[in-house]
Design a protein around this ligand. Structure first.
Ligand code: UD1
Length: 425
């Protein structure tokens, strides 16, 4: 098992450019399935999940050329309609191919996806929406199968019970070539959805209401391939912002739209960091006493659940008690136990975490329980006394491109180590 080894103490200083957003890029390459021909996606992050998604697409017949930051996807006239079980179970985001496959083939079959360890992550809204678009959806032996009776979905009025990111994206991709008009009410408004809608529109889709809770899609008969650049990763940007504030350094983050990081930046200001945002860049400086604040996670434009673990680390250094309320995923405080082992004072009560600071952190062996928790533990290591080893580095590699290298560029003492497996032949 590989690990990140962090020696704490250095304040981060300098400039870092974030990569393209994982949560956008994964969907954009899936959207390529909707049009035969060559689609080029730029500003693709060099992360594990992109490689896994490329494998899924290859299995469906797409030729994927993975260059640094660019994926070229040659999509055949006829694509496979069944996603590969072993890959899908590894990557939850692969559920996103369901809508495009159904739209292209009139039929799709795939096993239930795996991915993060974040409690129950249902796909009921994805399936209910596809059924409303006319698909016959059946579920047996851990497989889901959807069939459009006449080979084409039909437009419908959909209302999501919750503004799910994945369901909004899947249904949007299913609807763009459906017969007639689709409305998706209570749609998610994350910037990654706007990015997907922009790419689909460039492919010839007719979508309006982007950025509002109601998307309207007028179905077209076919889409064209396109070229598209992935939006900057707001969660990666937020992670460096927290790292700057908590280490008392000063970091300029480029490659991201500050409007996409609105609430986390407001919270950073309330906590006592200084934040200066301009076009495509954010400068965050710490060094002042940090104040306790309460944080509540909600769908965009609310505070992102993907920034919750990093803020728990930050608030462990603020004076007084803070309450962090998790509303999006049910099991996202698993990593609080790891942070507590480094010295943080955290009490979990249902979906609330109460953290009392400031407490000095000390380096020890900890485990990345999921992607964002892993990154948060690396950030914790930056301020811990001595050395912190964050095991299960693969979780971090799934979503952060060269985290250790980027942190070293800002003056941190971080290295990524491969652990030799004992007894390996
Ligand atoms: C995406 C992001 C993830 C982020 C999350 C919320 C990707 C690859 N992942 O995940 O990083 O944390 O948005 O911003 O883009 N739910 C159901 N039934 C459904 C769909 C969702 O019960 O049919 C529940 C989930 O279990 C979860 C909540 O809704 O508790 C949020 O899920 P959703 O917004 O769909 O997140 P993802 O698309 O999985």
């Amino acid at each position: 098992m590989d690990r990140f080894v962090v020696r704490g103490g250095a304040a981060l200083n300098g400039t870092v450019r974030v990569s393209g957003a994982k949560n956008s890029a994964l969907k954009l390459v899936a959207a390529a399935l909707l049009a035969p021909g060559r689609t080029v996606v730029r500003n693709v992050p060099a992360i594990g999940d992109m490689g896994a998604m490329a494998e899924v697409l290859r299995h469906l017949g797409v030729r994927v050329d993975e260059q640094p930051e660019t994926q070229t996807l040659d999509v055949p006239d006829t694509i496979g309609c069944e996603a590969p079980p072993e890959l899908v179970r590894r990557l939850r985001a692969s559920i996103i191919v369901l809508g495009p496959i159904l739209a292209r083939c009139g039929r799709a079959r795939m096993p239930l996806p795996g991915g993060c360890n974040l409690g129950s992550r249902g796909i009921d809204m994805h399936l209910a929406g596809l059924a409303q678009l006319g698909a016959e959806v059946t579920y047996a032996n851990d497989y889901v199968e959807a069939v459009a009776p006449e080979g084409r979905l039909r437009g419908a009025d959909l209302e999501l019970a919750y503004a799910s990111v994945g369901a909004t994206e899947n249904l949007l991709m299913a609807a763009v070539t459906a017969n007639g008009t689709t409305r998706i009410r209570n749609a998610a408004r994350e910037p990654e959805i706007a990015d997907l809608a922009a790419m689909l529109s460039a492919m010839g889709a007719r979508i309006s209401g982007v950025g509002t809770p109601e998307l309207r899609v007028e179905g077209v008969t076919a889409l064209n391939p396109t070229e598209h650049e992935v939006v900057g990763d707001r969660i990666e940007a937020g992670t460096f912002a927290v790292a700057a504030a908590v280490t008392g350094g000063k970091v300029t983050i480029t490659g991201v739209d500050p409007a996409h990081v609105g609430l986390p930046l407001d919270k950073l200001r309330q906590i006592g960091a200084s934040v200066d945002a301009g076009a495509g860049r954010i400068t965050v400086a710490g060094g002042h006493a940090l104040r306790a604040v309460d944080v509540v996670t909600l769908p965009f434009p609310g505070f992102p659940t993907d920034m919750q673990p990093q803020f728990l680390v930050l608030l462990s250094q603020a004076v007084g008690p803070s309450m962090l309320t998790e509303n999006v995923f049910e099991a996202r405080f698993g990593f609080a136990e790891e942070l507590a082992r480094m010295g943080a004072d955290i009490t979990i009560e249902g979906h609330h975490a109460i953290v009392r600071g400031p407490t000095p952190l000390r380096g020890t062996d900890v485990r990345a329980t999921d992607l964002r928790a892993g990154a948060a533990l690396v950030v914790a290591g930056l301020i811990a006394e001595g050395e912190t080893a964050v095991h299960d580095a693969r979780h971090i590699d799934r979503g952060y491109a060269d985290l250790a290298g980027k942190l070293r560029g800002l003056g941190a003492d971080v290295r990524r180590e491969a652990t030799a497996s004992v007894g390996a032949a």
